[in-house]
Design a protein around this ligand. Structure first.
Ligand code: ATP
Length: 259
């Protein structure tokens, strides 16, 4: 396996205030990295930085994020738009909210593919139907004909995952993809993401509060506290034998919740 993305001594600030400090890690092709930490520890900021999504107030002020020889924070918006979606895909907490409510799922998926690839409606129909079938959807046509509000929140999230895979990105950034879902749909989404790695070999950077999801999916874990790395290693080792006091605290909080 070879390295696909590398963060090197990354600092990120919002309006001059440091939110992430001196973060370094690398992820190999096909690997799933879980990023955990309390609310506000900088998890989303880390993955947004790779996609140029920090907004007007956010800036990578030091370090590099290397992807295939490109330093992502240095890319111009036009270069970044080419990579976003087709090379690096993203799944948000509520995929449903990024769909337009008054257009069908089909029209929106077609438009997002057309931004990167020239293909006819007929070619798109074949491709998208195959993909939905691969993910085990019984009736892709019904979903494609639907308006987003006609689908449940769980179904919208699952469609969001398929949508992210339409362009077959090499890396998928998933920001709390399960946290707005009830437990039964959480399991489906976890299974779907594991399938993505298995069938497409996609690398996944997964931000989550849920250590159960990390245990089920991630090969490695990065633990963040106040924007700094407290621990980084293989999932089993970190969860079974945490070295930092902060990781121990996170793990014991889960145990207390279970009691
Ligand atoms: N647009 C913004 N403007 C100013 N500060 C921001 C902005 N976005 C995030 N921050 C700050 O940066 C820090 C890290 O936030 P971030 O959202 O990355 O944390 P997180 O670990 O993903 O939290 P959560 O789990 O609640 O989503 C926080 O202190 C937050 O207040």
């Amino acid at each position: 396996m070879s390295e696909i993305i590398r963060y090197e001594h990354v600092d990120i600030s919002y309006k001059g205030e440091l939110a992430v400090h001196d973060v370094s890690f690398s992820v190999e092709e096909g690997e799933i990295l879980g990023i955990v930490g309390e609310s506000g520890s900088g998890k989303s900021t880390l993955i947004k930085a790779a996609m140029g999504l920090l907004g007007r107030d956010g800036l990578v002020t030091r370090g590099d994020i290397w992807y295939q020889g490109l330093d992502l924070p240095d890319l111009k918006p036009k270069e970044m738009r080419k990579i976003c979606g087709s090379e690096i895909g993203m799944i948000f907490q509520m995929a449903g909210s990024s769909f337009c409510p008054i257009r069908t799922v089909r029209a929106q998926l077609y438009e997002s593919v057309r931004e990167h690839e020239k293909l006819t409606k007929e070619e798109f129909e074949v491709q998208v139907t195959e993909l939905f079938e691969k993910f085990g959807f019984d009736d892709p046509k019904r979903i494609l004909d639907s308006y987003p509000f006609e689908l449940s929140g769980g179904m919208q999230q699952r469609v969001g995952i398929v949508a992210a895979m339409l362009l077959n990105p090499k890396i998928l950034m998933a920001d709390e993809p399960t946290s707005a879902l009830d437990v039964s749909v959480q399991k489906q989404v976890v299974d779907e993401m594991c399938m993505i790695r298995e069938k497409f070999g996609t690398t996944i950077l997964l931000v989550t509060h849920n250590l159960g999801v990390i245990r089920a999916m991630a090969d490695k874990v990065l633990v963040l506290e106040n924007g700094e790395v407290r621990e980084y290693g293989k999932t089993k080792e970190v969860l079974e034998n945490p070295q930092s006091e902060y990781t121990k605290k996170l793990l014991s909080a889960v145990l207390e919740l279970r009691r």
